[in-house]
Design a protein around this ligand. Sequence first.
Ligand code: NAD
Length: 497
Amino acid sequence: MRIIGHFIDGKRVDGISSRTGDVFNPNTGEVQAKVAMGTPEELDNAVKGAAAAQIEWAKTNPQKRSRLMFAFKEKVEVHMNELAELLSSEHGKVLADSRGDVMRGIDVIEFACGIPHGQKGEHTHGAGPEIDVYSMRRPLGVVAGITPFNFPAMIPMWMFGMSIATGNACILKPSEKDPSVPMRLAELFVEAGGPVGLLQCVNGDKEIVDSICDHPMIKAVSFVGSSSIAQYVYACATASGKRAQCMGGAKNHGIIMPDANMDQAAKDILGAAYGSAGERCMALPVVVPVGEGTAEKFLESLIPGLEAIKVGISTDPDADYGPVVTRAHKKSIEAGIDKAVEEGATVLRDGRGFTLQGYENGFFIGPTLLDDVTPDMDTYHEEIFGPVLQIVRADTFEQAVALPSEHQYGNGVAIFTQNGRAAREFADRVEVGMVGINVPIPVPVSYHSFGGWKRSAFGDANQYGMEGLRFYTKVKTVTQRWPEGETRDSAFIIPRF
Ligand code: NAD
């Protein structure tokens, strides 16, 4: 059995612990590899290597840091197909989605190439008599990124791209469900000229996460995953004095106003609800048709597309989506559907028990559509994270604003309408971090920033963009005065450069 170890000080190393986790082939249900569960000693070793590498790296001029980012981006582009195949083989998403995963990571690396401009400080000439003030953004030192299974290329690149470009070293703790792409990215980083030790990949589970939160040399923790773990990591990391940004779960709503272009909205929502088997934190698993008759019109447009969805293995070029990541996750999605049914939801399409011929043990779930879901049901409040779309009807625009605003999660939301005034008011008032207007998955481009509200994010700083740059740096401000007499009268010798 193939064992996936760690990537420390520029090379792959075996784990020292006998504890391992299963990495599945989600198409067949077989265990295809074992991933080593790192120990506190291995983490400590990785942190020390990273700290040593960071000393020189912090002195490296920003243009050289930018060039490394550029070289890394080119490496990733050259290896795009290999990375996408590796990603699909462990995650189960189709190849087109895997390429998208890598591409969205590259977007952030491209932003990081602009670090000489982004990390420039501020200067005030003559803040007082002969006094000048300047401030600079210094790196923090060694930082850590802890990532979820669902974007094993993009999210690691959000974290190590921004942290390394700003002069830090990064300890990456990938999801134990699909660790191979982050490992390969760390290897490509060194092949692109990345200093040894600057990007360390330590695999593992809760034990490593706890050790990261406790380690005195790690100055900041960036986390993405489910809300309960995000909240836990935020509490642990901040309790030991670290800066933390911890992104959590989501239950994003798609509001369908009566004047929406129904065919377009239905097409967009099919992709946003079922694409990547619904395993996206910016998926749209709730649709809110507003006003009498809107739900019927929307469903009329949606159903033919829903019937045409093809579920297949991750390498099938015609498949719309593939299997979910693990057997346990398949069971949890099916349990989520069971619960909705028990609570009174109407099942319009049932994906439970779906099997794919020749792949009977794969982790497949058919597209599921649940109508008559209401805000008093637990199923409405919980994240299912699978190919399951719930219809929650609203009578008025006010209710449509209130539903996502009062939901525990506040990651993304979309409104479909042809009325600019309604869209603008919705965007102004809704209590959600990322809003789409006729855009189903409003993931901000790399030079803006990504972050939800409420239980979708703990901590103040968003991911990537200038928010990411600020998260990974601290401000130092110098107030200086050079009075003429003091320099002349002192024995100070002006150094010659
Ligand atoms: P998860 O919370 O199970 O795991 C995330 C990370 O936490 C992994 O690295 C894992 O090893 C670690 N972890 C798991 N259990 C832990 C524990 N008890 N103590 C400490 N660490 C632990 O999440 P997942 O299943 O990998 O990913 C799916 C979740 O991530 C969904 O809830 C999804 O909405 C969310 N997500 C959020 C965003 C966002 O930006 N808001 C983006 C992607 C995914």
